[in-house]
Design a protein around this ligand. Structure first.
Ligand code: FRU
Length: 491
């Protein structure tokens, strides 16, 4: 019985537990910054994760600090995450922590910015050198229009980060390769931040009144630079063409609005990063080094992108609505399932109780039968056997008595010897069978014969009394009256 209850509970646990697929892979995500571009990347990762419920991520942000990022990576190592995704703040400074993770057997995906060395599992990021080439092409087109060497201000990202160095390198090498008149390029450090860019560009413009173009290594710094131009006493708002990088919606909007002239796309592809993580964790083949393409967005492309973006936002909104509805449906379904399971559980428990009750009832009945009814039955059986013996005894006794009614020696002793019983036994058994003593019984049999004789023969009362051994006719008459209620003469 207990087994039934335990198995039903186990079954119920299974029914409720098996349903939701729990994440089995914990992924640590170490982000160097938390700006608009990274938030887009995070959102792409989250969306892709919806397709992979077997993975869960925990994200930590280093806010531009190499030390903090290393500490955060170390904490992921300690937590034994199944995979690490790192977007390193600076390639050299974050390398030791990444190497530690890799050597601890944790697969490492490096995203966007590269890390020094090659102790990592996969890389996915934009083509920064190509971005630099696009910058150079743009500068050359301006210079061609100006027909003289131009004065360019480069607003660079964090120097130790690979996008900053590669973008610069791509730009400089392309310009050099182009030959001819070289633009005059000076760099200031914006370290990827809009506010920093505003400050450094403002300071630069105060002392340089002949800047022809600004290349900012990301959109945020490009917008910061445009604000610096707008606020500068030496320049008219919008009078210096500015190029950004990233193509985040803020940058595209700035291009469409004429705040900056152009921007280069720089994909984040958080979805691809998660897909690669899934492939690595599942032992599927994956590409070790993925370099994402880049292209230029001018005002025409920006406007087209904004229209497309709006359409996509609508689609996304519709999809979100659908998702919300299907989530709600799932929730309802889940609730109904829980209710169903609860009802089933209650029914099961009731059934168990009924079975338990019946089982107990059966046992008590069995015990009662064993304790009370069986002994009774046995008693009855005994009684039946006894009564059989009594009937036989009564018949035999009646036969003996009836055969010796006229015999004056018919008495208790005679009966005892005829029935092979002692005198006491004769008394007890005759009493038990007939309810009277042996002498009363013999007398009753004699009176019944007397009545028969008187009725069927011509014998007188005297003759009958003598025949049946009554001591006197008077005594016979008295006994007769006692038995039949009237005298033999009154018949
Ligand atoms: C975002 C960002 C981007 C830039 C990239 C380079 O954090 O600064 O604007 O393109 O990082 O790693």
């Amino acid at each position: 019985m207990r087994n039934i209850i335990i198995s039903s509970l186990v079954l119920l646990l299974c029914l409720t537990g098996c349903s939701s697929r729990q994440p089995q892979y914990r992924i640590g995500v170490s982000q160097c910054l938390d700006d608009a571009w990274r938030q887009k990347m995070n959102a792409e990762m989250e969306r892709e994760l919806l397709l992979h419920p077997e993975m869960s991520i925990s994200r930590r942000i280093a806010y531009g600090s190499n030390e903090l990022q290393c500490a955060q990576i170390d904490s992921f190592i300690k937590e034994r995450v199944h995979l690490l995704i790192v977007s390193p703040n600076e390639a050299e400074d974050v390398k030791p922590a990444v190497t530690r993770a890799y050597r601890a057997g944790i697969p490492v995906i490096v995203a966007d910015r590269r890390v020094s060395g090659d102790e990592w599992t996969a890389f996915i990021g934009g083509d920064n050198y190509r971005v630099g080439q696009l910058m150079a092409d743009w500068l050359l087109s301006i210079q061609a229009a100006e027909r003289q060497a131009i004065h360019v201000l480069e607003v660079a990202g964090l120097p130790g980060s690979t996008p900053a160095t590669l973008r610069h390198q791509g730009m400089m090498e392309t310009l050099a390769r182009n030959g001819g008149v070289q633009p005059h390029i000076e760099s200031v450090m914006g370290e990827w931040y809009r506010e920093n860019a505003y400050d450094v560009v403002s300071a630069y413009l105060r002392t340089h009144k002949d800047v022809d173009a600004i290349v900012a290594q990301n959109d945020l710094m490009a917008i910061g630079a445009s604000e610096a131009v707008r606020d500068s006493k030496n320049y008219r708002a919008g009078s210096v063409p500015i190029m950004g990088v990233d193509g985040i919606i803020l940058g595209v909007q700035a291009v469409a609005d004429g705040v900056i002239e152009c921007t280069a796309t720089y994909s984040s592809r958080g979805d691809m990063v998660i897909e690669t993580a899934y492939r690595i964790l599942s032992g599927l083949p994956f590409v070790r080094d993925t370099v994402l393409q880049t292209t230029m967005i001018d005002v025409v492309a920006a406007k087209a992108m904004l229209i497309k973006n709006e359409e996509m936002q609508h689609e996304l909104e519709t999809m979100r609505l659908f998702q919300m509805r299907s989530d709600q449906r799932w929730k309802n379904l889940h609730i109904s399932r829980i209710v169903l399971i609860a009802v089933l559980a209650v029914l099961l428990l009731l059934l168990c109780q009924v079975i338990w009750y019946l089982y107990h009832k059966q046992r008590t009945i069995q015990q009662e039968i064993r304790k009370e009814i069986l002994p009774q039955l046995e008693g009855m059986q005994e009684a039946i056997q006894l009564s059989h013996r009594d009937v036989a005894f009564a018949e035999r006794m009646k036969q003996i008595v009836d055969e010796h009614l006229t015999d004056p020696n018919l008495n208790v002793e005679y009966l005892g010897s005829a029935l092979s019983l002692s005198r006491t036994q004769v008394f007890r058994r005759v009493k038990a069978v007939t309810g009277k003593g042996p002498l009363d019984y013999i007398r009753e049999r004699r009176l019944l014969r007397a009545e028969e004789l008187l009725r069927t023969t011509d014998m007188t009362i005297q003759q009958v009394a003598l025949e049946l051994c009554f001591s006197s006719p008077g005594y016979f008459s008295k006994c007769y009256k006692d038995y039949f209620g009237h005298l033999p003469s009154a018949r």
